[in-house]
Design a protein. Sequence first.
Length: 219
Amino acid sequence: MVKVSELFTSIQGEGPYVGYKQIFIRLCGCNLNCAYCDTDFGIQNSHDYTIDELINYCKLNNDVHSVSLTGGEPLLHTDFIKEFSKYCKLPIYLETNGTLYKQLADIIDCVSYISADIKIPSCTKNLPMWDEHEKFFDIASGKILFAKVVFNNEFNSNEIEKVTNLCKKYDIELILQPQMKSGALNVTSTEILKYLDLCLNKYKKVRLIPQVHKFLNII
Ligand code: SF4
């Protein structure tokens, strides 16, 4: 049994796999508390699902690219991921905040794709997680992997240096995702292009991809 705050089929709205149809299993709980978080991952409106129920849902909706395990932070549920992956015939796409490296090591063989955030302290208002991210990428590299950075106009040059160095070290694509607030971009287009160029000046594998599902008004 696992606590799921949302189970649905839609399109991936973020990152390089944008537009692919996926099953989303949004698991409850998170180890972080980002200032810009707009996801309801609490247990108040959650539903308990058995592995069988989730596998049946996947069988009935199998015209998808993959099953996104998202949250909250899905790596808080490693026992579930191990059990679910034994029976799931679809590729598993892990959407994670990229900090729980020990938990990742425990389930690394269960997933095919990893979308890992790099958290920017000036934007999240959380403590820096650079060491955690580095240990995370040590374990994740070798999988189909990319890094995603949610940014606003507080993103600073020291953080840009750290982010680009980290992606360079692991030779992974860096996806810049401008922060949204109340359905609109929370960064001006001039600032967005400025940040893109600042990152591109340090590393070439950088792409700017906003949250497309929000522009389409799709969940
Ligand atoms: S890691 Fe993601 S789910 Fe957790 S608080 Fe931050 S934005 Fe929200």
